[in-house]
Design a protein around this ligand. Sequence first.
Ligand code: TYD
Ligand code: MG
Length: 455
Amino acid sequence: MAKPKRRYVCAACGSLSTRWQGQCADCGEWNTLTEEAPQTVFSVKHDLSTGGRPIQFEPLDAKGEMPQRRSTGLPEFDRALGGGLVPGSAILMGGDPGIGKSTLLLQASAKIALGGGTVVYISGEEAAGQVRLRAERLGLGKAPIQLASATSVRDILTTLGAMEPPALLVIDSIQTMHSDQIEGAPGTVSQVRASAFELIRYAKDSGAALVLVGHVTKDGSIAGPRVLEHMVDVVMAFEGERSHQYRILRSLKNRFGPVDEIGVFAMAGQGLQEISNPSMLFLSGREDPVPGSAVFPAMEGTRPVLVEIQALIVRLQSGATPRRAVVGWDSGRMAMLLAVLEARCGLNFSSAEVYLNVSGGYRLADPAADLAVAAALVSALADRPLPKATTWFGEVSLAGEVRPVAHGAIRLREAAKLGFDSAHAPPESGPEVPGMRRHDIAMLNRLVDRIVGDT
Ligand code: TYD
Ligand code: MG
């Protein structure tokens, strides 16, 4: 019989290796490889004598009871969650330090507690007194939150085991938690994973909704193992520029709902204010049109948001390689659009530096932005402002066609509501909207005529 092979497993990322190494080749952690018992290979026989127990199959339509979601008391938070907290679910909330994660969760905790739900808020970063002070400053000092400063997962679970499960359990943050089931300092990959595992199991067993706060590293991923993202049901990111007032709550993964809805907040002296109508937020509010600026009616989930796209073109005298920089949009997509404008419309960007910016720190993912970006680029190249009070949307193909996009009617209505009186869009972009003049653009060179021509 063949000798069973030795295998070593990394305690941090779980990858397998056939020989021992000081450093895991996959995740780069040191001294995490340990030998695993050789696998016993046995063939599965189709009878019950092998010791396996039969599992029960269930029809898909069995019982069919969806657990009732619980509102966080903050409609924008509920919207990003896909309709509120699902009992027994685990949510990972990531974001830069100081962006407002603790503030958001404290506000939601207070709302739930004031509404009669039990909330346990465990802070591993701040003393209970600090959290209380902040709650008082936010005018939430009276909310009956069960507040504690703790870092030992065993202590936390022992305490929770002796009480009725709360509606919401907040752990701020998972990087400060420590499980004595495993060696290592808090914040290490194996500690984060073990602590999260125990807390998530508690949530599943008890029906409490669990929110784990997670720090974000410089490259934007949640510190600790990627496996954390696999372990939870919902991964949320709280984004924004610290110097800007606006914050966007986005779900990146959601086992119970869509991932394209966002929650919009503004950080003010009284904590986070909800912005239920964000469509104007990302417009610069400039009166006189300038070259290189185009307004795009974007869709965020089911909500339209008007954003300003700004382009700047600098002609180079020397033969140096021109720079291309994009903030808030895909740089590959911009390269493609420049190529289409050159190949199909005869424009020349080859000796020009091209800068593209989406205003307000907003990040665009909507493919309908192509036409607005093209309009901003052509306007900047021609040094001519675009017509006033107009918007642009449509997807551009490599052949230079402008294709219809989803939700044309909603985009047009929102633009009309905000005082725009014309729209450049592909034909068949939805029914007529009162007060909105439509300019059909089926080919990209038609756009160039509109801007560079004698309009
Ligand atoms: P915080 O919730 O502590 O951030 P995180 O938990 O993500 O690290 O938010 C801290 C920042 O928010 C801090 O820089 C101050 C600011 N802030 C306000 O502007 N207004 C407020 O009412 C509060 C509570 C905080
Ligand atoms: Mg915090």
